[in-house]
Ligand binder design. Structure first.
Ligand SMILES: [Zn+2]
Ligand SMILES: [Zn+2]
Length: 135
């Protein structure tokens, strides 16, 4: 089975995930822009089990649809590494950049297109949502 490790830039906080991603996407919402310091977030979902090493600082944010997410970032270097849906550890969303793998598969979904910087160009085949996709 495929196993991947995502890491913060200093290496203190790491997560191992197994199998193929359940799906990858980008989010252009303003919270993701501020959270990452970039102009959009790239995320990949994985089913449990997953293994975390190192210490994480946590921040809980409630999205527009009322779902709370618990973000984990490294207290040493500040990298955002992964997050889970509050009360649901059945899967984890990993920051694609934390894999440090330029060959990681392209995302299928693009959400919060209403906040996308106009210069950001994505694959033609990507599925676009103006805000959060319907549940
Ligand atoms: Zn770190
Ligand atoms: Zn977002």
């Amino acid at each position: 089975m495929v196993q991947r490790t995502a890491s913060c830039v200093c290496g203190q906080l790491q997560i191992d995930v197994q199998g193929e991603t359940l799906g990858a996407g980008v989010c252009h919402c303003l919270a993701c822009q501020q959270r990452t310091g970039s102009v959009f977030a790239a995320l990949a979902g994985y089913a449990a089990p997953f293994t975390v090493r190192g210490k994480a600082t946590e921040f809980v944010r409630t999205g527009d649809q009322g779902t709370a997410f618990r973000f984990r970032f490294c207290p040493v270097c500040g990298s955002t590494v992964f997050h889970t849906m509050e009360g649901n550890d059945a899967f984890v969303m990993v920051a694609v950049g934390a894999f440090a793998d330029p060959h990681f598969p392209a995302p299928q979904d693009s959400v919060y297109e209403c906040r996308r910087h106009a210069w950001v160009q994505l694959p033609k085949s990507i599925v676009r949502y103006d805000k959060d996709p319907p549940e």
